[in-house]
Design a binder for this molecule. Structure first.
Ligand code: NAG
Ligand code: NAG
Ligand code: NAG
Ligand code: NAG
Ligand code: NAG
Ligand code: ZN
Length: 515
């Protein structure tokens, strides 16, 4: 796709179709199928042969009918997207970017094993600032390549001032829209314990610094000790900080049932922060109760469903399908599985269908309708992420929204040949490999199928060196012995059934192919 420069006179004579004046950094996506959002009907709106005019960081106009591309002005980069599909970028409402270097080590891990081996407290002594920086950057690039333009990072790499800064710096430099949420938790680094008190001072210095302010990154708060047994004084300090700086989001790991790490809306019911203006994202929220559901709706907070994580580790999501009106999607530990929200949305859509079909089938009845549509899955992956952040300008393509978008290679991809409904094409047929261009905040981060971020070759080299070192460290670590009771809930460990994929002797379970 060659950018074409057009004359300013042509633009002026063509007004008012494109609206607004084309500034120095304007891009016109011309002639594609746009999956937009109609605020009046509160639903997706598809514009065939449409155009999107981006000015600086926002969408200046969307047009249903294509006017001649010759009518764009001087300095407007025209991208001919005839035959292509344009969607908003995906929103990941829960991830831990620092973990990228552990990629492929946790393919068979359970959650209890994860805590003992890969979690933040299990990693603080071995990750240097360089590892956090380069892993965070490489991980964000992986997400951008997959069309994830906004991410809420539960940043529990706050083991030292240096490792904390490293994650923020990488986020700000990445070009992604990162809600980087500083995690407050008593933890350990190579020198010894690291306390919440030290973290509070570190946070203050970081949020008052200037470096990140000119980027698309914002600083939020992550905190996992709301309940059931809070340190009331510590919790009070975290809430005070959140209010003082009016952070854009607070996030927490929420996991009930036998896990007992509750941090549920009901744990916050008596706190002013639940009724306040700061959105709170409850990640996983497995074993949510009807009371928790009501508190989410009354106070407009969201859960982050991370479908693959909750299946991979066994959090499970017994009731999450009942709260999809206050839910968005997330990835979680992308070192163990996919980093892309498209996969999450597809897994979630089909597992919701499976689950709700089963309720009918179990009664010897035949389902008449589908429980969830591709449009709903698409909204979960895009707009609901914006709503979880109380941002109506994220996760949608309409006038005034942030210019965070994807161009899908619908014209040439064998997977998309013959598509008609663009939402179904993306949700059920496309893959990350079909993503041609990705724009964040009005700037291309991927173009023509390749990342166009600065110095990617160097990032790759530095990341591989870091990953190699850490993977050697991890190879020498013992696996935790899971005897007695799991940490929080007093629940006992038990064996899962192993399936057989080999007939005769053995079951094919095997070892990890880790050197
Ligand atoms: C869409 O509606 C929301 C409120 O429901 C509002 O905040 C937002 O500005 C609207 N966007 C547009 C483009 O009108
Ligand atoms: C879109 O443009 C193509 C040619 O590029 C044309 O065949 C088609 O009819 C147009 N569709 C609409 C809805 O205008
Ligand atoms: C960490 O940063 C805070 C705030 O800048 C500072 O007060 C503290 O001394 C630093 N800690 C160390 C160990 O350097
Ligand atoms: C992060 O960036 C700041 C400037 O904003 C710089 O002073 C600091 O050294 C950087 N720290 C790391 C660990 O990259
Ligand atoms: C994963 O594989 C490793 C090595 O084979 C083993 O030690 C570990 O216990 C396995 N984890 C689970 C949860 O099965
Ligand atoms: Zn997590």
């Amino acid at each position: 796709m060659q950018p074409l420069k057009m004359s300013i006179m042509a633009l002026l004579s063509g007004l008012p179709l494109f609206g607004g004046t084309a500034g120095a950094s304007s891009t016109l996506f011309w002639g594609g199928t746009i999956v937009g959002f109609n605020n009046d009907t509160n639903s997706l709106a598809v514009y065939r042969n449409g155009s999107i005019l981006v000015e600086n960081d926002r969408i200046a106009a969307i047009h249903e009918k294509t006017q001649s591309k010759d009518e764009a002005g001087d300095g407007v980069e025209v991208i001919d997207v005839t035959g292509q599909i344009l969607t908003p970028g995906f929103i990941d409402t829960h991830r831990h970017g620092w973990q990228t270097a552990l990629k492929t080590l946790g393919s068979n891990t359970s959650l209890a094993e994860y805590f003992g081996r890969y979690s933040s407290p299990a990693s603080g002594a071995d990750f240097r600032a360089e590892d956090v920086y380069i892993g965070q950057l490489a991980g964000i690039y992986e997400a951008l390549n997959a069309g994830v333009t906004t991410m809420v990072d539960h940043a529990h790499h706050t083991w030292s001032n240096e490792t904390s800064w490293a994650g923020l710096n990488a986020s700000a430099e990445s070009g992604a829209r990162v809600f980087w949420c500083y995690a407050f938790e008593n933890t350990r680094n190579a020198e010894g314990p690291r306390t919440v008190v030290e973290q509070l001072a570190n946070f203050r210095a970081m949020i008052n610094s200037e470096g990140w302010k000119s980027s698309a990154t914002e600083i939020g708060i992550a905190y996992d000790s709301w309940g059931p047994r809070p340190d009331v004084e510590e919790r009070g300090k975290v809430m005070k900080l959140a209010t003082e700086f009016d952070v854009p989001v607070i996030t927490t790991h929420s996991l009930g049932g036998p896990w007992g790490v509750t941090n549920m809306p009901s744990d916050l019911a008596e706190l002013d922060i639940l009724k306040g203006d700061i959105p709170i994202i409850f990640s996983h929220a497995s074993f949510l109760s009807p009371n928790d559901r009501d508190l989410l709706r009354q106070n407009n907070h969201y859960v982050s469903i991370t479908p693959e994580s909750e299946m991979h580790y066994g959090h499970t999501h017994p009731h999450s399908y009942l709260i999809q009106d206050q839910a968005a999607l997330g990835v979680d530990t992308h070192f163990t599985f996919s980093t892309d929200i498209l996969t999450q949305a597809r897994i979630w859509l089909q597992s919701t269908r499976y689950r709700l079909f089963s309720q009918v089938i179990e009664n010897w009845k035949i389902p008449r309708n589908t429980p969830e549509t591709v449009n709903q899955a698409f909204l979960l992956a895009t707009r609901n992420g914006g709503l979880a952040l109380r941002r109506h300008d994220l996760g949608v393509l309409n006038k005034g929204a942030k210019a965070d978008l994807i161009v899908w290679n619908a014209r040439e991809s064998p997977a998309l040949l013959g598509w008609n409904d663009p939402v179904a094409a993306v949700m059920l047929h496309a893959s990350v490999g079909d993503i041609l261009d990705v724009m964040v905040d009005g700037k291309f981060v991927k173009k023509g199928g390749r990342l166009v971020v600065e110095g990617y070759d160097e990032v790759r080299e530095r990341f591989i060196a870091s990953a190699k070192r850490l993977q050697e460290v991890w190879a020498a670590k013992d696996y935790p012995v899971l005897e007695g009771q799991w940490m929080a809930g007093g629940s006992e460990f038990a064996d899962t059934m192993k399936v057989d994929v080999v007939s005769g002797q053995g079951n094919g379970y095997g070892e990890l192919f880790v050197e």
